[in-house]
Structures are given as C-alpha cells and as structure tokens.
Design a protein around this ligand. Sequence first.
Ligand code: H79
Length: 445
Amino acid sequence: MRKIFAIIMLTLAAGALPAQEKYVPSAENLANREWFRDAKFGLFIHWGIYSMLADGEWVLTNKGLNEKEYQQLAAGFYPSQFDAREWARLAKEAGMKYICFTSRHHDGFSMFDTEASPYNVVDATPFGRDVVRELAEACREEGLKLFLYYSHIDWHRPDYYPWGRTGQQTGREPSGTWDDYLRFMDAQLTELLTNYGPIGGLWFDGWWDKPDADWQLERQYALVHRLQPGCLIGNNHHRAPFEGEDFQMFERDLPGQNTAGYSGEATVSDLPLESCETTNQTWGYNISDRNYKPAKQLIHTLVKAAGNNANLLLNVGPRPSGDFPTEAVSLLREIGEWTAVYGPTLYGTRAGEVAPQPWGVTTRRGDTTYVHILDLKEAELLLPVKDKRVRKAVTFKDGTPVEHERTKEGLLLRLGQIPTDIDHVVEIIWKPSRQTGARGTKTHK
Ligand code: H79
C-alpha cells in the first residue's frame, strides 16, 4: 500500500516538474537588463481613444459610460497632428533613452494593426495608421528603445469574464470564455513581438483586477521570451516580482516606498527597478488637470530614483490631436537642459555607497561617486563613508575643488555656502583602496 502511494506521489511530482522549471534569462536578456539599469530615464505615453474625452484613461469606468457608445469614439479618431518622430525627438531632447507606449489600455482598444480584433486604430478609425509601427520606426531613427504597455484588464471583450473588480458599470453582457481571452492575448503579443522589430520590454498592467484568476502568466511570459528572448518583462501587479519577470516597477513611488498605496506588498527585488510618475496628476490626457509638477520636482524625482537604483518613467498624455500638451513640452525641454549638463552623474551609474538621505542621494560609476545635494540647509555635509580615501573632490558643474576633511564619523564636505542649485553635485574620485592598490602593483608590473 505504502509502495503504491510512493509511486503515485513520485508520478505526481514528475508531472508537476515542467511547471516548476525556473526561468533562465538569456544572455541577451541579461545584457538588456544592464542597458536598462544604465538608461535611467524613459517617457511613458498614455494615448488612445479615451484621449478624445479629455478625462483620463479610466473615463469609461470612472464615469460609468456605456461601453457600446464609447466604442463609437473610434469613428471620430483622427489625430491630425500625430508625428511619432516629433514624440521621439521630444523624449530624446529631455534626455530619455526609451519610450513606453500604451499599445492597448484597459478600455481594450488596440493602438496597432491587429488581426485578433477589429477594435483597433487601423480598422476602426478614419485615421487608419498603425501608431505602434510609426513609433517603432521613429524610436529606431532616434536611437531610443520602444517598450509597450499592455493591459491585462479588458473592459471591452466579452471573454474577459468573469469580470474583475473594475469596469462593471458599462452595460456589458455578463458572459464569455476566459480561455478565449488568454488566446486573444497570445495572438496580440505574438503580433507585437513579430511585426515591429526588437521590443525593449513589455509593461503589463491590470493583473490586480483579478488576482485570483488563472492568468497563466508563466506560459504567457514563456511565449514572449521565445519570440524575443531579450524583451524585458515587467508587470505592475503591485507585488514582489513573479517568476519569469525581468524588471520591477513601482507606480508613483520610489522603490520601497508606498505613498500612493499600490506598493504595500511589493518588496524590492534584485531585478532592475523603475518608478513611474506623471507630469501632472493623470496618465491619459485630462483637460481639467492643469496641476503640472515643476521641473525642479521632476528632476528631483529622477535623481532620487537613480539614488534608489531605479529608472524614472515619466508620463505625458498627448491630446486627441496627437500633440503633447504645451506644459508637457516645456517641462521636457527644461528637464532636457538639466540632463544635458548633469546626465553624466546619472547615466550608467548605480546607487552610491551612501543610502538615500533627507538631503539627497548618491550615485556611483567605477571609482567615482556623485553626491546629489537636493535639499540642504547648511554649508557642510557629513558623508558616513569611513573606509575610502579621496583622490579628488570637486563641484561637478564647474570643477572647483571642494574642501573636505576626514572625521571619526566619515567624510566632511565643506561646500563654502548653502547649496541653491536644483541639484548641487559634488564629484568625488576615490583613491584605489589599499588592498586593491597593492594587488594592482603586483600584477601589473
Ligand atoms: O496606466 C496607468 C493607470 O491607468 C493604471 N496604471 C498606470 C500606469 C492604473 N490603473 N489603476 N491604477 C493604476 C491604480 C488602481 C487602483 C485601484 Fe484598486 C483599482 C483601486 C481600486 C481598483 C487595485 C485594486 C488597487 C486597489 C484595489
């Protein structure tokens, strides 16, 4: 009896094995992760037929609109000013290295040419142009990587059923087959990863609508990685990363913080990290939202993200015409003037040896540390760094030497005056540590 039981258990365990196979990222994927860590800054773009209602990308659900009526927006979608190259140029001028575009948001409307549903920008609008294709080309021309936001929620399709906790007041038929929905997503992801050249990454969102559903994510991720092993998968499920994911995002928060309330269960992983934020208060175009953040605040967010080992994905919601709102353009330009000077203190760096402090953060590259002083009310700053010796310490913007002194507590920087710049950066180049130096002398000559 016991023997039979053991055989049954063994058989079950063997059967379960394939599902438990660990995801092993390809060499290309690992290289792309390092590229991503170096990139630091990306442009998030929320644009769809919801933009026409100028009330954010959640308008269908937030306003309890009738979904059948909402679909009719597509027939009026003709963004006469849309110019993917212009979007890409604005991103590049801001100092961004990638764009993440909403290929399909929760409303279920696809902004690319898809055979999987007629509810898409090519077949359902008089515009008839494949926005993802034009963006992919523009990004290639401008040397940016293209990431695609892809919604797991769908407020349009009947087969997104049973419904999740959102989108229930839109007058849809309560019936449909979940497996059909999974197959639909497979078909679309296959198109996105086949028809547009290399995709930097996929940015999934909406899992949290139905946390208990059978999403078959590992299977979906395996499909993505089979088609493009280098494609980085991230999923905004607000939890610690799942098996098969390549980066971790934090919505409206720095890693480890939870001021927006979405990251309570998201322990910070070793994967590349990304924070996303909006230029104003909403993601999709919202005509009443005039509450743009000052450039200084957005630069501080970018710098703090870097000091927390994360990228910043900064959002713009283009108008229904295809233009970026005027304020967003000004902000991108202002940020671009700053990154043109201070970019070297961020790109290609990792979080520095001093953990984020109330006064600012540190980043480092090789033997150089950048001390980013964002908010300091004194002319001196003590860095709790004990085991390193300074070769050179200068003010980054003009190269003037910064007086410094070793104390028992660490390294004291004398700045001469209370810093007033958006980000007062002190560049410290360290001497090789004694041990490494000694070894270096021996092996090199
Ligand atoms: O695309 C943008 C937003 O449309 C999308 N993510 C960004 C990048 C987003 N949708 N919702 N949210 C972000 C936050 C969701 C909040 C809630 Fe809920 C959904 C509150 C109630 C339902 C999830 C489930 C959080 C609490 C319960």
